[in-house]
Design a protein around this ligand. Structure first.
Ligand SMILES: Nc1nc2c(ncn2[C@@H]2O[C@H](COP(=O)(O)OP(=O)(O)O)[C@@H](O)[C@H]2O)c(=O)[nH]1
Ligand SMILES: [Mg+2]
Length: 422
């Protein structure tokens, strides 16, 4: 299986979104909630390498299977291939087309793994960086930024530009929740374990950076007002066999040794164990797959026309997509309830009307449990549409029952003489 590209940087440095492949992947989604983990960073810093372990953990259900890492002779690249390289066609956002299902608090959640290649790359223009980072952040519920040895100020400046959306959101709307959810700074080959220990020592390290360095004060503000949770993770250096100058195609489990292996296991569990997974939300509300596609298309259209997408537009399209899903679900609920009654009997007009009234109440419950982000009047407008659709269906069923009753009467009359003849 190969990664699917959902955004690429063309040879002349333009940013192109391929929304169809995202739609294709999400089309088969078998649940409502999504957790989207995205790893972004400079080329050749071990991102794809690490994501292979993410996929293995999900496939092997690592949270309940202590042998998920597999036998010594298992290849690192086992059954899944990320695009490698620094050429234009390998820069962009890639998604593992397999959605992994896990149970979190009793609910089914679909997990999607995303690899963002070329962020903060010296070859990419600042605009490209902003676009890549924005799409990656909008798409994901957990954004992991991968760095070599340290987190530098210039990287954070790029980051700050793309977090302007989040800032704008908190200023323009009475939405209390932050736009984005979790941001992890992952540092590879961390050289100073005496200062900050490997693994969770990354939390203090990141706190220190965000606190102390003056020129990036604005970054600190953007990050804290944009993301609900910010943390860090420091990885130790692997053995010489695993080297940034080589490839990992021929490497196998036995090459991943000691502390490096321990920290891979620790990191993967801290991100993907269902109890740690972050369900994707937008403005504090879970967002449907449709909503997400709608949102990304909106951003893509804005990028194409050279504009930075405005947060107002994003919020509007999130509300629209969310309400459209609420409408569909409410009408579906209504239809199911009515169908169930009609399938088993030919009810009288009165019985049908009573069932219609009950079903409308149920549909209303479904609708308002989902339509939670729009204003009262926006939601009321959409609810009126639900009511109209339900009424049309009710009239249709009423007519159907009338016709079926007439047919039954007719055939009973036709059969009657035959029975008499017996
Ligand atoms: N020094 C070092 N090299 C790594 C690490 N993880 C993976 N590598 C190696 O770095 C090279 C590039 O890895 P890759 O995952 O393709 O990088 P990407 O371009 O960021 O996706 C491969 O040869 C990996 O084996 C790490 O933590 N430290
Ligand atoms: Mg890669």
């Amino acid at each position: 299986m190969e990664a699917k590209s959902i955004a690429t940087i063309t040879a002349d440095g333009k940013f192109e979104l391929n929304i169809c492949s995202l739609t294709e992947i999400l089309h088969n989604l078998k649940c409502r909630d999504l957790a989207i983990v995205s790893m972004a960073g400079v080329y050749r810093t071990g991102k794809s390498f690490m994501l292979n372990f993410f996929i293995r953990y999900l496939r092997e259900k690592g949270w309940e299977n202590k042998d998920w890492f597999g036998p010594d002779n298992m290849k690192i690249q086992d059954g899944f291939k990320w695009k490698n390289g620094s050429k234009a066609h390998t820069l962009g956002i890639f998604v593992c087309p397999e959605i992994f299902y896990v149970k979190k608090n009793g609910e089914k959640v679909g997990v999607l793994i995303v690899d963002t290649q070329g962020l903060f790359d010296s070859n990419s223009s600042p605009d490209t960086n902003v676009n890549l980072m924005s799409i990656s952040a909008l798409l994901s519920s957990h954004q992991i930024l991968n760095f070599q040895r340290k987190v530098c100020g210039t990287d954070l400046e790029h980051l700050q530009l793309s977090l302007e959306y989040a800032l704008a959101a908190s200023r323009s709307f009475p939405v209390k929740e932050k736009s984005f959810q979790k941001l992890t700074f992952l540092v590879r080959d961390w050289p100073n374990p005496d200062e900050h220990k490997f693994g969770q020592g990354g939390d203090e390290y990141i706190d220190g950076i965000l606190k102390n360095i003056d020129p990036i004060q604005q970054v600190k503000k953007s990050i804290h007002s944009g993301f609900e949770h910010v943390n860090g993770f420091l990885m130790c250096r692997p053995n010489e066999k695993i080297d940034v100058n080589g490839t990992f195609e021929d490497l196998q489990n036995s090459d991943i040794t000691g502390s490096f292996r321990e920290h891979i296991i620790m990191l993967v569990d801290s991100v993907l164990n269902p109890k740690n997974l972050v369900v994707k939300k937008m403005f504090g509300q879970p967002i449907s797959a449709n909503g997400l596609i709608n949102l990304i298309s909106e951003v893509s259209n804005n990028i194409k026309s050279g504009k930075q997408p405005k947060i107002e537009t994003l919020l509007e399209s999130t509300i629209k997509a969310n309400n459209a899903t609420a409408l569909q679900e409410a009408v579906l609920k209504y239809r199911c309830l009515l169908k169930r009654l009609v399938a088993s009997s030919l009810p009288t007009d009165d019985v049908l009307r009573i069932q219609h009234e009950k079903a409308i109440k149920q549909a209303e419950k479904v609708f308002y449990s989902m339509a939670t982000i729009g204003t009262e009047s926006q939601n009321k407008d959409v609810w009126n549409h639900v009511e109209e659709e339900c009424k049309t269906y009710y009239e249709f069923k009423k007519e159907e029952i009338r016709l079926r009753k007439a047919t039954t009467r007719k055939s009973a009359l036709e059969k009657a003489p035959k029975i008499l003849q017996w």
